[in-house]
Write a protein that binds this ligand. Structure first.
Ligand SMILES: Cc1cc2nc3c(=O)[nH]c(=O)nc-3n(C[C@H](O)[C@H](O)[C@H](O)COP(=O)(O)O)c2cc1C
Length: 275
């Protein structure tokens, strides 16, 4: 189990990132041009300021595509970000959490993103590590294009992507574990409402929330159900990490700095927020 109390350097970004939760959606149509110089510099600054409430093993790296190369299966810009971490469940969870902070920051700057768990592996490892997946020091858990979106509707393409990639979200009540408290503070509810809007592969929303009393305070557990499996996606702990990141920034905005524990259970990660 890994834990650390929050020490927050990211305060200046939190309000904008919370706003970004409501506008963010996965974008799959980009102009070819990559990030401009101003956004490149502010994104690098953000990456350097990312601070999380645990000892992070995640590398967040910004890359420019070599001429003629491609890493996504959709229209992509020339710039992308890779989220790398150890190939463990904890690595997945941390990559989801840290990666989602970057996604929200981008949204707050009108930079389009989309989590890609399925990407062109050979090209990505070559660009990120200059070697093969087997020889790379960390696993690239996901990437996201970072760029400017073409907003013009293109009829059939839009219809197809809307059908293939739903973005409809469950409510807090639908996500509550059967043993969870049903009544809790407005701050916890606010954080959980943000967590409901997190992205997940295939929009599986494979998480539950369990609020319990703990001593004089509360514990909020966020995890996938034990034994959960998805036929097309083997890394659901990344998804749970994105929901945990939304919950965390919600609490920070309410000026609550929870203790955060990342517990590795048999086949999954359990996030515990002690408030
Ligand atoms: C870890 C992860 C991996 C994903 N992988 C892909 C992918 O390979 N291809 C893709 O088009 N979308 C991918 N997505 C985006 C989801 O399809 C999208 O988040 C979901 O449909 C919900 O839509 P929204 O992000 O607009 O809320 C991924 C999302 C997450 C969190």
């Amino acid at each position: 189990m890994c834990s650390m109390s929050s020490v927050v350097r990211m305060n200046t970004y939190i309000d904008d990132m919370v706003k970004a939760v409501s506008t963010r959606k996965s974008r799959r149509k980009f102009n070819r041009e990559g990030l401009n110089a101003e956004h490149t510099s502010s994104l690098k600054e953000f990456i350097a300021s990312i601070e999380v409430p645990f000892d992070s093993a995640v590398d967040v790296t910004l890359h420019t595509l070599p001429q003629g190369s491609s890493v996504c299966h959709f229209a992509e810009p020339e710039t992308f970000v890779a989220f790398s971490a150890p190939g463990t469940l904890t690595g997945q969870a941390m990559a989801g959490f840290v990666g989602e902070l970057l996604i929200l920051y981008c949204e707050s700057q009108s930079i389009g993103t989309c989590w890609y768990g399925h990407y062109k592996k050979k090209n990505v490892y070559d660009i990120v590590y200059g070697t093969t997946e087997e020889n790379a020091p960390k696993k690239v858990h996901s990437i996201t294009p970072v760029g400017y979106c073409t907003e013009k509707p293109t009829g059939l393409y839009d219809k197809l992507t809307n059908v293939m990639f739903s973005s409809k979200k469950n409510t807090v009540e639908q996500n509550l574990h059967k043993d969870s408290l049903k009544d809790f503070s407005d701050s916890i509810r606010f954080g959980l409402e943000l967590a409901c809007k997190a992205p997940s592969a295939m929009n599986s929303q494979c998480w539950y929330f369990k609020v319990s009393e703990l001593g004089e305070g509360y514990e909020v557990e966020i995890a996938k159900p034990a034994g959960y499996k998805h036929i097309k996606w083997a890394y659901p702990d990344i998804d749970v990490g994105t929901a945990a990141a939304h919950f965390w920034i919600g609490l920070l905005q309410k000026e609550i700095q929870p203790q955060v524990l990342i517990e590795e259970a048999d086949d999954r990660i359990i996030w515990r927020f002690r408030i």
